[in-house]
Design a protein around this ligand. Sequence first.
Ligand code: NAD
Length: 467
Amino acid sequence: MTEYKLLIGGKLVAGAMEMEVVNPATEELLAHAPRGSAEQLDAAVAAAKAAFPAWAALTIEARRALILTLADRIEADADAFARLLTQEQGKPLPEAQAEIAYSAAFIRHLASYDLPVKVIEDNDNRLVRQLRKPLGVVGAIIPWNFPVLIIAFKLPLALLAGNTVVIKPSPTTPLTALKLGEIMADLLPAGVVNVVSDLNDLGARLSAHPDVAKITFTGSTATGAKVMASAAGTIKRLTLELGGNDAAIVLPGADPAKVAPGLFSGAFMNAGQVCLAIKRAYVHASIYDEVCERLAALADAAVVDDGMKQGTTIGPLQNRAQYEKVKDFIASAREDGRIIAGGTTEDRPGYFLRPTIVADVSNGDRIVDEEQFGPILPVIRFDDVDAVIRAANDSPLGLGGSVWGEDREENIRVAEQMESGTVWVNKHLDFGPNMPFGGAKQSGLGVEFAEEGLAEFTQIRVINEAR
Ligand code: NAD
């Protein structure tokens, strides 16, 4: 079995404790991972603090060059990364390969930004310039659905701005993050990036730590609220990417043959464990039955199996807790609506669930109101477009959303009223490092990616000179 180590102050070290990482497709032990102690987390923060002045003093070009070598190293080892990712996370190997390729691409793009000085006023009276300075130590807290990509969302911008970083992966998917740590150990100056895995017990300490200037967090809304509370004592900067309950609205006149595959892939990628997945589909009554039939056929045709097997289209749920949670959603969906595909487990080890389509449900049913985060899609019938916009917006969450139809003007009219950070038209789940990404309402705080995302890793310093 491969040995995994924490990265603290440039050294690969054993954890104070150990924890087991299970392959969700087999429920067999995949590896022992190091479990960091509170002291090890503190040592990682101290190392990041000590490394900060020298890292911040480098030119942005020098930092950029080092960040780009990380992308090269990930690509050089892409095959091993993808296999490990499938084994620890469960997603089909082609999805894991895509996650690794996107990670390198995101790192490259995000490393390309600059932090120019902005001249606000330059006249006989005064010269006012706005500088963007790094914050210090950044804590990056990562969920289990995209364990590599979400690091690639956060790390390049944090480093480019001149911050140093402590990464805390999710307890059920720490291995790829620790493998990244191994690469970074001989790539970056000691302490610039540290990786400490835990058993769900160090996130609060990192969020409250007096020497951490900012937390960039991706995870559930409930945990995001806890991060906010722990961060309050030191007025930490926060970027929170939280839960979503994305609605797709299929307008009258949409073509079911075109729409159904788009809805299906938007809902079931990564077994539905995507913050931006379609979690509610509102379909106009005129095409409701046909869209439901097509979705059910696609669900029946899905190949649910170990992600390492060729041909698998949907892997297992990532962990037992999530598997039990989604089974519970299926049970309540069975009471509130009509299951027209799936709804069953597989008679084998592993956290497998057939993709499940639930018809005849509405707002007020648990399966519609709550984020399921699994391979289950409720389909809601509607008659009136303005009423359905209100229904879609009647949620405390607002991450993404989509509108599907043939009438461009009507698509745009509806899209502009959806209360979410991103709205797609005739697609879902298309994003890139050049587009600010963030949630409305309880789906988050702040944005990631692009210049706006970079700005969140900086402190504005205004220099105001008398003339
Ligand atoms: P989670 O909130 O359970 O865990 C996320 C991370 O927080 C883990 O690393 C965990 O160890 C850590 N953590 C646990 N308790 C903590 C505490 N008190 N303080 C600080 N950190 C703590 O989320 P999850 O189950 O890993 O991920 C699923 C959720 O993440 C879903 O709600 C999904 O929508 C959301 N998500 C959002 C985005 C986005 O970009 N908006 C992306 C992916 C996932």
